[in-house]
Design a protein around this ligand. Structure first.
Ligand code: ADP
Length: 164
């Protein structure tokens, strides 16, 4: 049975690791909301509007994905959207430890909402938005790790040397 799901995150910015999870999930779920968190406590590099725009551009070839910003409690946002499944990605044991806690609190708050986990594809195990931002600031070419619209945004921001 195909269902709706939400893939929430900061997506600062969306990477090929996120895109891999979304693409695989899009084959399983009928409809997926890529939910961009407005978390003012997180000092994001890209504004909420920029993160939303980059995500929209990245997933526009996938017809069953929509991008929505949210600023309330995730389980309340899920209820508003009438969605009962949350997708998260797992890379490492530390992700697992962290995600277990988030899933547990969400289950406590909303027992009818399930978290489901996708294991990362091996090549993206060490890929994170924060790592990309770190190396890109020092001029590294991160083209292979980013969707094209995101790479273009990085180039504009850091005036990267595309030959490196
Ligand atoms: P958050 O701040 O909510 O952790 P992120 O944008 O960093 O937001 O990540 C959103 C989700 O995507 C998390 O479940 C994270 O573990 C997962 N994720 C991030 N990068 C990857 C990757 N390279 N492979 C698989 N999952 C990933």
């Amino acid at each position: 049975m195909k269902r709706k799901a939400i893939y929430p995150g900061t997506f600062d910015p969306i990477t090929n690791g996120h895109l891999d999870i979304i693409t695989r999930a899009a084959r399983i779920f009928e409809q997926i909301i890529l939910a961009i968190a407005d978390n003012p406590k997180k000092n994001t590099m890209f504004s909420l509007q920029e993160r939303e725009h980059l995500a929209q551009e990245t997933v526009k070839h996938l017809p069953n994905i929509s991008v929505i910003k949210y600023s309330n409690l995730l389980v309340n946002f899920a209820k508003e959207q009438k969605v009962h499944i949350l997708i998260r990605g797992l890379r490492t044991v530390s992700d697992l430890e962290y995600e277990k806690k988030i899933a547990a609190i969400n289950h406590l708050l909303a027992p009818d909402i399930e978290s489901v986990f996708f294991m990362t594809t091996t090549q993206y195990t060490y890929l994170s938005s924060s790592l990309i931002k770190e190396v890109a600031q020092h001029g590294a070419n991160v083209q292979k790790l980013l969707p094209t619209p995101v790479y273009q945004a990085f180039k504009l921001r850091f005036l990267m040397n595309t030959d490196c």
